[in-house]
Design a binder for this molecule. Sequence first.
Ligand SMILES: Cc1ncc(C[n+]2csc(CCOP(=O)(O)OP(=O)(O)O)c2C)c(N)n1
Length: 626
Amino acid sequence: MSLLEKINSPSDLKSLSRSDLPVLAAEIRDVIVDVVSRNGGHLASSLGAVELAIAIHYVFDAPDDKIIWDVGHQAYAHKLITGRREQFHTLRQYQGICGFTRMSESPYDAFSTGHSSTSISASLGMACAKRLKNDKSKVVAVIGDGSMTAGLAFEGLNQAGDIHKDLVVIFNDNDMSIARNVGAVSSLLSRTFSAKYMQDFKKELGDFLKSLPKIGGDVYQFAKRSEESLKNLITPGILFEAFNFEYFGPINGHKLNHLIDILNNIKCLKEPVLLHITTKKGKGYPPAEKNPVYFHGVGSFEVETGNCIKKKGPIPAYTEVFGNTMVELARKDNKIIAVTAAMPEGTGLSIFAETYPERFFDVGIAEQHGVTFAAGLAAEGFKPVVAIYSTFLQRAYDQILHDVCIEALPVIFAVDRGGIVGDDGATHNGLFDLSYLRSLPNMVVMAPKDENELRRMLVTSMSHNGPIAFRYPRGRGTGVNISEDIVPLPIGKGEVLKEGDDILILAIGRPVCEALSAHSKLAEEHNISSTVVNCRFVKPLDSELITSLAKKIPRIITIEENVRQGGFGSAVLECLNDEGVTSFHLKRIGIPDIFVEHGPQELLRSKYNIDASSIVNAARELMNQC
Ligand SMILES: Cc1ncc(C[n+]2csc(CCOP(=O)(O)OP(=O)(O)O)c2C)c(N)n1
């Protein structure tokens, strides 16, 4: 029996001797690599945090002590230690355990996560609550250096240092976000990372001091005695101490004994403490150590080689089409600028970054800043394209409203991963953007039916003098031939794709292909003829086309991969009402008022009726009713 098989809760872990722990760490790594190689997941981050998870649970007493894993993507070892070993093979699968921490999944998951940089704020709230309840248990936040680039993390540090609560922050520094980390704080940290830097610096300073005539030797002796303060001058301690945190580190986060000793000491302190540990992303699995960017979030792969199992097909992903089109357009227009928030690969912009480095900005995990930064660029006459996943753009809602829309600045929003994203689940689905964007004055909101239309929307955006957004799905396109010529679209105009008298199907974005296949099924199997409109614009809606068709064909179906409340179907209802069209029956197909769980995209689309057969059923019901 392996050591891991004996562990059903952290108390089993505590019964192991310290000398057993490295063996346990190796077993945990094997399980993580094995399961992620089949299910996909956040491999490199989780491998880097195995010793940390063991040490934390060895020292602290969860679930009374609260452990909050920022983002929660690095918490696989934590899940294995806290009673989920037997379910771990279901990681990220439909009805299996979640890829992030979920309060509803386990009492050991102290906070639900997925979006970054929440851990310090949440743990400070818990620490305050514990103080009010006279509860002496501890709160520990674990945050990575990438997540520390967000303003939210600093807002948490700022308050924590001020109100001086008993809180432990473990700063897991691996010098990487998904890609290499960016920003001034990150460069401060990576300077200390390298012991060589420290040595070189000390030697240079020593040589300089010794070379000073007469006083040099004395000053050198003094400086040597004051090495501690010298070190403080150039370590991040200075940064965190400015927030009133007691700073420890940096220490090697893979040395279990050392980690456990220091955590035991820290546990007794009653003030805000920051422990800085350095770890290696992908630790223990050579392919992930070599390529941590690829293995940050990976699909299934061959364990022996690390090679991807699903070979790349000929149909490009929407993301790729977007990235290539950006490069194509930027060649002819030097006003085009690309902005990403820590996702150069995920948003397809790496190729832009390589081709036009001076016009590419990775702002770090700082979506709010990224949007306002783009507003500044637009105010100076540039054409910033802000490429952010739908779910993370939620962070920047006020910046879109206040900094972009009020003055109608021409910022282009490339909203990737709109719709159901699949395995990452509720925190990552992009199911709200059509609703949250269409409510903003001055904003144009579009969704392409295929890859060519995505290109056309990008070109349309470039010549539009105001805020404009297009959202597109995760995954492969429809496989249409990519036409070289990119013709702009008339703003606010839809296109009729099929004509028929019985049912009017109004579709937006990816579901247009479902509408087309429903059209054929209805005709072939049910003798029902339908008109299919690719609406293209959620705002401004093509109200002329929609009202004129609705008057002729009053049985209407709308379909969107977005929540129904406030979305495209609601926009159609509002439009018909405003235009005085009263005699119609309308069924809205979209996501109900719930958060969609994790699972394969296709399964979830069919579970939530975003497919052709749901359109067919709705059409048949409408035909029977009226
Ligand atoms: C608000 C937000 N933006 C972007 C992401 C996507 N994302 C997930 S993990 C990650 C990098 C986190 O880096 P770090 O905190 O250093 O953890 P590591 O993976 O290096 O262990 C990013 C950008 C996110 N989860 N949340």
